[in-house]
Design a binder for this molecule. Structure first.
Ligand code: AKB
Length: 320
């Protein structure tokens, strides 16, 4: 790959993935982009940056042409919670954005497209424990519907046009740089920030809510490892389950108390509880492990220790 365009480069994963890919492929070769949110100085100043809306195919085409893009990483999405408040917006951004990305990549004969999916593809009928790679996909959210349709569409482009499209079903991603926005798993990030800032947190899902989660360093590694995997060795393409850890909110609170014994938590479940309840507790990622060597590094306590350290330092410096 010579020139990579990242769409959604100011989001939780996109912002950190931009810097990771710039380290791997060179600053000038990774073009960051977003619709309108201002990027961090780090993202803006370390390489090319463009504002455009992916639902406008012509604008997407022109940016790709301008830089000679041969790989698109499409991180732009409306997530589960916001998607339930505005289902048509979720459909528009997630589906029309995706078909534009796939069509432009096909027309320009690009080398690769990365299309993220999510545990939101699962729903009633999926086994809760170690959700299999191949299983019932009947999501109850519009976000999940767009992710199932996106996986099918991406695989269609692989089969029909021989376009190299890849994707992972991200679990909840926990990070300390860019806050997530509009997802159901956002509580797993907020809990650490609130613990450091106020010593307590009011959680919008119940204490026994258990979901698959992953720390950002593992998420970045999974993404780059899949991008660099040998295409000829892949049996799956756009729908890899990737597991790292699985814990309840109560277990997170216990993990935080190991380092902050006075941390307090209370529970006020809202509409996001039903979304969380529709997703499995954990996933079976054997296909990712066998086909491209996936192996996570962080467990809950290692992540908690690192999150509290980094957020604590930011708090001391008055950055949060
Ligand atoms: C969400 O909660 O909507 C996302 C996801 C699991 O894809 N973080």
């Amino acid at each position: 790959m010579k020139k990579i365009l990242i769409i959604g480069a100011v989001g939780q994963i996109g912002s950190e993935l931009t810097m990771t890919l710039r380290n791997v492929y060179g600053n000038e070769n990774v073009i960051a982009s977003t619709r309108k949110t201002l990027p961090s100085d780090k993202v803006k100043e370390s390489g090319p940056f463009e504002f455009f809306d992916t639902t406008n195919r012509e604008d997407l085409y022109n940016v790709c042409k301008k830089y000679g893009v041969d790989c698109i990483v499409n991180m732009a999405a409306i997530l589960s919670a916001v998607g339930e408040q505005n289902p048509m917006l979720a459909w528009d951004v997630n589906m029309n954005g995706l078909i534009n990305v796939l069509e432009v990549a096909r027309e320009m004969q690009m080398k690769q497209v990365l299309v993220p999916s999510s545990i939101a593809v699962f729903g009633p009928g999926t086994p809760l424990d170690k959700a299999p790679q191949e299983t019932v996909l009947k999501p109850t959210t519009m976000y999940g519907v767009t992710k199932v349709a996106g996986e099918l569409l991406a695989d269609y482009y692989v089969r029909k046009y021989n376009l190299d499209v890849r994707g992972l079903r991200y679990p909840g991603i926990i990070s300390n740089e860019t806050l997530p926005g509009g997802g159901t798993t956002d509580y797993a990030v907020a809990i650490y920030f609130e613990a450091v800032k106020h010593g307590k947190y009011t959680c919008f899902v119940k204490e026994d809510t258990r979901l698959p989660m992953m720390y950002m360093p593992d998420c970045l590694k999974a993404t780059v490892d899949l991008m660099q995997a040998d295409f000829s060795k892949l049996k799956h393409h756009s729908d890899f389950n990737v597991g790292a850890m699985s814990f309840s909110v109560a277990e997170m609170a216990d993990s935080i108390r190991k380092y902050m014994p006075n941390f307090q938590i209370e529970y006020k479940p809202d509409f996001r509880q039903a979304i969380a309840d529709s997703w499995p507790d954990s996933v079976d990622d054997t296909a990712a492990r066998n086909e491209w060597g996936w192996k996570p590094s962080f467990n809950l306590d290692a992540m908690t220790q690192d999150m509290l350290k980094v957020i604590g330092e930011k708090h001391k410096l008055g950055l949060i």
